[in-house]
Design a protein around this ligand. Structure first.
Ligand code: NAP
Length: 308
């Protein structure tokens, strides 16, 4: 299937372009970006022109930051195209519900991707937890924003999510692997004095079995980077590290050890191909609901100004 990639920036170049190139399902037929291009691929700067001139491109993959995404997604859906959304699927929950309604009305596919759910050991962690009695569950997602999002000022603007940009990846894993639904009960958000989005956050959740469920997200982590989830159960302790790429039970590594985003984007594109063939919609907003709740309930603290 021909596909067009919109927003040729960091994640498009690092992950989307290689995943599409490696897949037998997809042909990268065009890009739309004001500055970015991909060698050998037709480059547009205006999305309306692409939609009008290239009716044979039935699938649009959006790699823009969250705030402009709704405008592009709604245009694509109105034009009868199938749409794949980078995470988070929009800037607000209402936008995402509106997109889902449009996709249903048009009879096209819509996929809210959560790349971290495709990390190597997430499925194994879900299986392991499925019959365990949870006592405590702790998410620690600490990374250096200067290293992973160099110069991306949009991340600290309203709607950019701040530390929830990576934090929502953790929540996408949590909502996939926990057998019971949890909901947020308290949050503390640390806002740099000169920014509109938090640089760190601490969250607490209600768990129906009474387990102690919490998360800490921090964008100020220099040195070793931590993307880990520890589940202490009556039957043993499961630890997911490296963003879900490695898993340990009572300290023993489970399966081969991977690092980075290994396999995540190829699996997203395989999922999208299956969704388009089946005519389906996959718009699970549960990770984003927790983020919205964290902003709704958040106690705000001001911290020192942040500059890249
Ligand atoms: P980015 O490089 O800052 O932005 C991607 C591209 O979007 C830019 O190069 C820009 O292309 C276009 N763009 C930016 N602002 C725009 C606007 N207001 N209107 C229209 N186009 C705009 O960001 P990124 O790191 O690739 O992240 C994009 C999305 O991917 C985010 O939602 C992020 O959460 C997700 N993601 C990022 C990473 C990562 O490691 N960075 C990992 C996984 C997922 P032009 O200037 O050429 O138009």
């Amino acid at each position: 299937m021909d596909i067009a990639l919109i927003g040729i920036g960091k994640i498009a170049v690092d992950q989307h372009v290689p995943a599409i190139a490696a897949s037998s399902d997809w042909e990268l037929a065009a890009t739309v970006s004001r500055a970015g291009t991909v060698d050998g691929v037709d480059a547009y700067t205006d999305f309306d022109v692409l939609l009008a001139e290239r009716p044979e491109i039935r699938v649009i993959s959006l790699c823009l930051p969250p705030v402009p995404r709704f405008e592009y997604a709604s245009k694509a859906l109105k034009a009868g195209r199938h749409v794949m959304l980078e995470k988070p699927p929009g800037a607000t929950l209402s936008e995402c519900h509106a997109l889902e309604a449009m996709a249903k009305a048009k009879g096209v596919s819509l996929y809210a991707t959560w790349h971290s759910r495709e990390a190597d050991k997430v499925a194994a962690a879900k299986d392991w937890l499925s019959d365990k009695t949870l006592k405590s569950f702790r998410v620690t997602w600490k990374e250096d924003v200067r290293r992973w999002h160099p110069g991306q000022d949009w991340i600290f603007e309203a709607g950019g999510l701040g530390v929830f940009d990576p934090g929502i990846n953790a929540l996408s894993i949590v909502t996939k692997i926990l057998p019971d639904a949890i909901h947020l009960t308290a949050s503390t958000l640390l806002f740099p004095q000169n920014r509109q989005a938090p640089i760190a956050a601490e969250l607490k959740f209600f768990h129906p079995g009474g387990a102690d469920v919490s998360a800490v997200f921090d964008f100020r982590q220099e040195g070793e980077q931590t993307w880990a989830i520890e589940a202490v159960c009556e039957e043993g302790t499961m630890l997911l590290t490296h963003g879900g790429a490695q898993m340990f039970v009572d300290g023993v590594a489970q399966g081969a050890t991977e690092t980075g985003l290994h396999g995540e984007y190829p699996r997203l594109y395989a999922n999208m191909a299956a969704l388009v063939r089946a005519g389906g919609i996959d718009m699970d907003l549960s990770p984003m609901r927790h983020v919205a709740d964290a902003f709704l309930l958040g106690r705000r603290e001001t911290v020192v100004p942040f500059e890249f």
